[in-house]
Design a protein around this ligand. Structure first.
Ligand SMILES: NC(=O)c1ccc[n+]([C@@H]2O[C@H](COP(=O)([O-])OP(=O)(O)OC[C@H]3O[C@@H](n4cnc5c(N)ncnc54)[C@H](O)[C@@H]3O)[C@@H](O)[C@H]2O)c1
Length: 339
């Protein structure tokens, strides 16, 4: 196999970016087919990216297409697990956007299905592919900052759009899920044992009654003694802000940032720089590198860098956080509640 035939499920914002990456940025990958239930969406994206790509409305038809060797899933979160399972059962390699599933039954089913299969799966935790996060992970693992004691992970989105239609608990299941994985990644080998979470609607207090949570802080205790916080807000007026910090007995590492470029402006007002306003700008290379790595793993039978087991851990922390908010108390990770 020299070129990987990929089927893309979901032709929205993230699907379009991944489709472009498969078509233009990874020579070993071919955008063989696209599926999206919205009439005309798959055809439209195929017209833009690769006129030879087949277009389906039913994701299962794409998964069952015998020429599709790997599936990239970029549909809404609550549709992921069933297509992941269908693809694994067909022996197709899977790249799935986060979250892999929204409940532990499905997450466990996926991990078990993978164990019984000859295929592999990667999850869209793109911060693992961001050069600063990756370097920090390697240095923490090598012991350069001694024993991790405090960790911090931040996600602040630039603008709260479509607030009325955001599904319940999105801040934990779709936003902070990145931070939960980043904290595990930056505290290598340590297990999260307990969480305590607080969340509110501070950007749109008018939507609190309808269940919106746009601001949250989660504290996490790890079994190596480290204490961590993950925080998110859906509207940072100054840009898209994704950062992390690990403080240890021998020093500190930081990763991530907000700069649009390395340019710094010095003038009468002082010193300033432009900030990124869009996730696909700030993390462009990480989004491309995660799919490049996935293609390499499938073609050369390597283990992915962000696995289903990683996704399962991040989901556990998210579900425990939800239970913590519901009951306003700390929650042991092993006792997380199902929602
Ligand atoms: N890694 C990241 O930083 C990041 C950033 C943004 C989005 N995402 C993830 O990407 C996924 C898609 O997000 P988006 O922003 O592109 O959403 P979107 O709404 O722009 O696109 C979703 C697409 O999926 C299609 N769709 C709806 N139901 C479907 C189904 N049952 N099967 C297949 N397709 C279906 C819709 O018609 C739409 O075209 C989500 O899981 C989201 O969490 C990840």
């Amino acid at each position: 196999m020299s070129e990987l035939n990929i089927g893309l499920i979901g032709a929205g914002r993230m699907g379009a970016f991944h489709g472009e990456t498969i078509t233009d940025r990874i020579p070993q990958a071919n955008l063989y087919a696209i599926a999206d239930p919205m009439l005309g969406a798959a055809e439209k994206l195929a017209q833009q990216l690769n006129k030879n790509s087949k277009a389906y409305t039913a994701p299962l038809d794409l998964i069952n297409d015998e020429n599709v060797e790997a599936v990239v899933i970029a549909s809404p979160a609550r549709t992921h697990a069933s297509n992941v399972l269908a693809a694994i059962r067909q022996g197709k390699a899977v790249f799935c956007e986060k979250p892999m599933a929204v409940n532990m039954e499905k997450a466990d089913e996926i991990v078990q299905a993978l164990e019984k299969s000859n295929t592999l799966m990667q999850v869209g935790f793109n911060r693992r592919f961001e050069k600063g996060y990756n370097a920090a992970h390697e240095e923490v693992k090598a012991g350069y900052i001694g024993t991790p004691q405090l960790l911090k992970s931040i996600t602040r989105d630039p603008k709260l759009n479509g607030a009325e239609s955001i599904p319940e608990w999105t801040i934990f299941l779709e936003t902070l899920i990145h931070d939960f994985d980043a904290l595990r990644y930056l505290n290598p080998g340590a297990k999260p044992v307990e969480v305590y979470a607080a969340a509110d609607a501070l950007v749109r207090p008018d939507l609190k009654k309808s269940g919106l949570l746009d601001t949250a802080v989660v504290t996490i205790k790890f079994d190596n003694g480290a204490l961590a916080t993950a925080e998110a807000n859906f509207q940072a007026v100054y840009g898209y802000d994704v950062r992390a910090e690990v403080f240890g007995s021998e020093g500190m590492m930081t990763a991530g940032g907000i700069r649009e470029s390395s340019m710094t402006r010095y003038n009468k007002q002082g010193i300033s720089y432009d900030t990124s306003r869009y996730d696909q700008n700030l993390l462009f290379d990480a989004y491309v590198d995660e799919l490049r790595s996935f293609t390499d793993c499938v073609l050369n039978n390597k283990t992915p860098y962000a696995t289903a087991e990683d996704a399962r851990w991040a989901l556990k922390i998210a579900l425990a956080s939800i239970e913590s908010v519901q009951n306003d108390r700390p929650v042991k990770i092993e006792n997380y509640a199902l929602i």
